[in-house]
Design a protein around this ligand. Structure first.
Ligand code: G1P
Length: 291
């Protein structure tokens, strides 16, 4: 069964980006010139998703809907300028995305956000993408997850080796396999202390989940940080449906924090012809600057 729907949670106060988030949703603060949400939607569409369910805060709908609208005046201007590259980027998402919105009234956790989408998701397996996790590669990571899911209808998670200091902030998996890009996951734990972490493999913001996740979420108690955690509900499902982890190799940035967003912007600017030389030159002179 193809994965057709994706849930993208974007509600939340964005406290790590204050004061910018007093008026701009965190997911709209650009990586160089393109918001993380655009990257996320493009990855979903390039993975075969046809409908996106945004879980938002009350005041976010207009901003997000407007971004993904068809902007005739901008498109006409780009056509007459002959800027086809930018035109393609602007048009990339406005054509294809079918959007729905559901409001998460209170920030009760990622699991709670996903549960808000229950009625819109319906009876089939679906994807979840977290826009804080920007994954840049030639082939969308989510597409690979969809292919793995098609093999056995299991839960599928993107995973990555992380440094010890990151472990207490992330979902960590246990696995019996020592190698290979696809691992059998035997358990998951959200934000463990270092001594309790079963591995150094973390869950990274891309999931394929069966609809049974909603029952598990409905019965979930508060977990790490006093929130309803998606990881805990996944842990409930693993003995029943199984779980695979895909150890992706592409570049990953945590754009949910300012330094991660800055690194992602620099990475993108160094890849682009119009910004590479200027930035590389400026960076090479930076070491002489004092704090
Ligand atoms: C969430 C998930 C966590 C995952 C992380 C990064 O945590 O709960 O399992 O490892 O995203 O994708 P959060 O960043 O919302 O605290």
């Amino acid at each position: 069964m193809n994965i057709e729907k994706a849930v993208i949670p974007v509600a939340g106060l964005g406290t790590r980006f204050l004061p910018a988030t007093l008026s701009i949703p965190k997911v709209m603060i650009p990586v160089l010139d393109q918001p993380p949400l655009h990257y996320c939607v493009a990855e979903a569409l390039n993975s075969g998703i046809t409908k996106i369910i945004f879980v938002i805060s009350e005041n976010q709908r207009d901003i997000i809907e407007n971004y993904f609208n068809h902007h005739d005046a901008v498109i006409d201007a780009l056509k007459s300028k002959g800027d086809m590259e930018l035109l393609n980027r602007v048009e990339e998402i406005s054509h294809m995305v079918e959007m729905d919105f559901v409001i998460q009234e209170a920030p009760l956790g990622l699991g709670h956000a996903v549960l808000m989408a229950k009625n819109m998701v319906g009876e089939n397996s679906f994807a979840v993408l977290l826009p804080d996790d920007l994954i840049l590669g030639n082939n969308p990571t989510l597409k690979k997850l969809c292919a793995i899911h098609a093999e056995g209808n299991e839960v599928v998670l993107a995973i990555k080796k992380v440094a010890p200091e990151s472990i207490p902030n992330l979902g960590i998996v246990s696995t019996n396999d020592q190698e290979g890009e696809i691992r059998d996951i035997t358990g998951v734990v959200e934000k463990p202390s270092l001594p309790k972490a079963p591995s150094n493999l973390a869950i990274v913001g891309r999931y394929i989940l069966p609809p049974e996740i909603f029952q598990a979420l409905e019965h979930s108690n508060q977990g790490a940080l006093g929130e309803i955690q998606l990881t805990d509900a996944i842990g409930e499902l693993i003995p029943h449906v199984g779980c695979k982890g895909y150890l992706f190799k592409d570049k990953h940035f945590d754009v949910g924090i300012p330094i991660g967003l800055l690194k992602a912007s620099i990475h993108q600017a160094l890849k682009r012809d119009d910004t590479h030389d200027d930035l590389a030159n400026w960076l090479s002179n930076l070491s002489s600057d004092k704090k």
